[in-house]
Design a protein around this ligand. Structure first.
Ligand SMILES: Cc1cc2nc3c(=O)[nH]c(=O)nc-3n(C[C@H](O)[C@H](O)[C@H](O)COP(=O)(O)O)c2cc1C
Length: 369
């Protein structure tokens, strides 16, 4: 058993005890413990896991060893590629990175607030996209020994909402084109940064103008195959999905991911186990933040089902894929959506839940091998 496998097991009763009894202490402890754990995790070298070749997928001409990989925010600085290869992830997604480095959020003695709700299989975070800046992430990714079937994705977000920020984003995209990165995920849905004026649940005018800018100033000028997936919130209103899809396809985006964390606290709260409600209320009152995990399962299923059905009707000339993120814990979650045409899957909360149970064999166990 490796150090992090042991630590994850030891932590099970501790986190329950803390989260069920001490809201502030649990936020404090897990905001810092999370980083310590991840630092150790990315440096571990577990034995190489093999997955059967039937799980391979080829999208946009890129080979994925399987349709499941980490969601953005786990490997923010770009470290962890070798770990993903050894665990047999379907890809490695670095970031979210921004053009300028970001310190992230700090309040009441807590840097990058995060708290798990272990029994509810959920968590809240209000990290505020801390990252060392996209150039540092490029440098980190340039050093990796790439393996066939484990493409590198980079999650990118603009520094803010004005024109200069969009210009810097497009510059970063052109720079990414010159690196070993295989695909990009554009994070237009972080609830923990200032998206002032942007409504994450609908298609507002500002949002469409941003998409048009990115299309005109990067997508239509790409010199090589570098698919760009747009990641939106799981709070997005499904009635706008058909229009959104048509816009994205016209603008030459290559995929759509539902999605990011939720700020619909009343809805999420109904999925939180009673003993974890105090901590949930404490976190959402003090920090706000986005909710992950089990409360997103139905939301991501419904949004990606709607998107897949629309996509079939549109039957676009260009290759376009739907990605599901939110509450993916087991094979059934994957199968249900894959049958409807969802192409790729990402996990964050489910990754750690499965890591606690199965350690580095989590992908193998997920696919019931
Ligand atoms: C601690 C934490 C940090 C996150 N950071 C990012 C991020 O940097 N970029 C992003 O697009 N999503 C980020 N997310 C959202 C996840 O990528 C994912 O969309 C969300 O957690 C739902 O998936 P899950 O239910 O499997 O956790 C973060 C989530 C958590 C819990």
């Amino acid at each position: 058993m490796t150090f992090t496998e042991l630590l994850a097991k030891i932590d099970v009763p501790i986190r329950k005890f803390l989260v069920h009894n001490y809201p502030y202490a649990s936020c404090f402890v897990y905001s810092y413990a999370r980083k310590f754990f991840l630092n150790r995790l990315v440096n571990e070298k577990p034995e190489q896991i093999q997955l059967p070749s039937e799980l391979k997928r080829t999208f946009w001409g890129i080979e994925f060893r399987s349709p499941l990989f980490n969601a953005a925010g786990m490997f923010k600085s770009g470290k962890g590629y070798e770990l993903a290869c050894r665990q047999s992830a379907g890809a490695f997604l670095a970031g979210t990175a921004t053009s300028k480095p970001r310190f992230g959020n700090y309040r009441d003695g807590i840097l990058h607030p995060f708290v798990p709700y272990p029994v509810s299989k959920s968590s809240s975070n209000w990290m505020g996209l801390p990252n060392p800046g996209v150039r540092k992430v490029f440098d980190e990714l340039q050093q990796v020994q790439k393996q066939k079937g484990v493409p590198i994705g980079l999650s990118l977000a603009a520094d803010g909402n004005d024109m200069q920020d969009l210009k810097s984003l497009c510059e970063a995209l052109f720079e990414a084109e010159k690196t070993n990165i295989d695909f990009i995920e554009l994070n237009e849905s972080c609830p923990n940064v200032d998206h002032s004026g942007l409504d994450l649940t609908s298609l507002d005018e500002n949002f469409i103008t941003r998409l048009e800018y990115i299309s005109k100033n990067f997508l239509q000028k790409r010199k090589r195959n570098l698919p760009v997936i747009l990641k939106l919130s799981n709070d997005f209103n499904s009635k706008f999905v058909p229009t959104l899809l048509k816009i994205l396809i016209d603008l030459q985006f290559d995929g759509l991911n539902f999605g990011n964390t939720s700020t619909n606290y009343p809805e999420c709260k109904s999925r939180i186990f009673q003993k974890e409600l105090n901590t949930f209320d404490f976190f959402t009152r003090k920090f706000g933040g986005g909710v992950s995990g089990f409360p997103l399962k139905d939301k991501s299923y419904n949004l990606t089902s709607t998107a897949s059905n629309c996509l079939k009707k549109i039957n676009p000339q260009r290759e376009f894929h739907i990605v599901r993120t939110g509450g993916i814990f087991n094979f059934e979650d994957y199968q249900k959506s894959a049958e409807l045409g969802v192409s790729l899957f990402q996990w964050f909360t489910g990754y750690f839940e499965n890591f606690t149970n199965f350690g580095h064999k989590l992908y193998q166990k997920f696919f019931k091998i």
